[in-house]
Design a protein around this ligand. Structure first.
Ligand code: GTP
Ligand code: MG
Length: 208
């Protein structure tokens, strides 16, 4: 339809945080089949956001569909240079960065730093040019803490965990002053579908 819109996301994060699981959940595919991702994979899904169904029948938004184009990436550090390739090749609206509170902070912080640098590289391989482009770029950076079930849905604990990444996130904010920052706490395996949907609802509101 002509009034359909795209939500284009690069999914990044350390290995085993649940990137592929999130996309499988969205596509209602078998979670048991998931293996470690070894290469860049493009997942597409037409989304009818739950908020649309609440709009009046006269509203265009009620009939609007969102085409999610998600670039799933391998989290393993040896395969991480593919992130740069993916971001240069598939121009997305931004990054959905996933975190796992059951895994060590340090390795995930490195992954967050890598995603910062590779995203800048995707703007230009000349660091000064990339910094300049970043200053005006209205990207979306979405930080998603997954596996809330594994920490008994303890939001206090999840927020404390996310605080460990504050300094890196601040660097994102300084480098991308016009970017939009979002956070969410979910369990890909157990959250009700509305909570999964709300991630993409937030993306929609940030982008359109
Ligand atoms: N307890 C729990 N486990 C989860 C959740 N989401 C994913 N997992 C598990 O975490 C493991 C890794 O999930 P993947 O989706 O393969 O992780 P990934 O980020 O794609 O990993 P790479 O492809 O190596 O980068 C799997 O065993 C999942 O079942 C969750 O919400 N809760
Ligand atoms: Mg994967």
């Amino acid at each position: 339809m002509v009034f359909d819109r795209d939500i284009r996301l690069t999914i990044l994060g350390h290995t085993g945080v649940g990137k592929t699981s999130l996309l499988k959940r969205l596509k209602a595919e078998d979670q048991a089949q998931i293996e470690k991702t070894l290469d860049i994979t493009i997942e597409k899904k037409k989304l009818t956001l739950l908020s649309s169904t609440k709009q009046s029948r006269l509203s265009l938004e009620r009939y609007r569909k969102y085409n999610l184009i998600a670039v799933d990436n391998p989290g393993d550090f040896k395969l991480r240079r593919k992130w740069r390739e993916a971001m240069r090749k598939y121009k997305t609206h931004g990054i959905l960065f996933m975190l796992d509170p059951t895994q060590a902070v340090e390795a995930q912080r490195v992954a967050m730093e890598d995603s910062f640098n590779y995203f800048l590289d995707s703007l230009s391989l000349d660091p000064d040019k990339a910094d300049k482009k970043a200053k005006n770029k209205k990207s979306l950076f979405f930080f998603v803490v997954n596996k809330m079930d594994a920490i008994d849905y303890d939001e206090g604990r999840a927020k404390k965990f996310l605080n460990e990444f504050e300094t890196v996130m601040n660097d994102y904010k300084i480098t991308f002053p016009f970017a939009i920052f979002q956070k969410a706490f979910i369990s890909v395996l157990n959250s009700p579908y509305e909570e999964i949907d709300s991630i993409f609802e937030k993306c929609k509101r940030s982008l359109y």
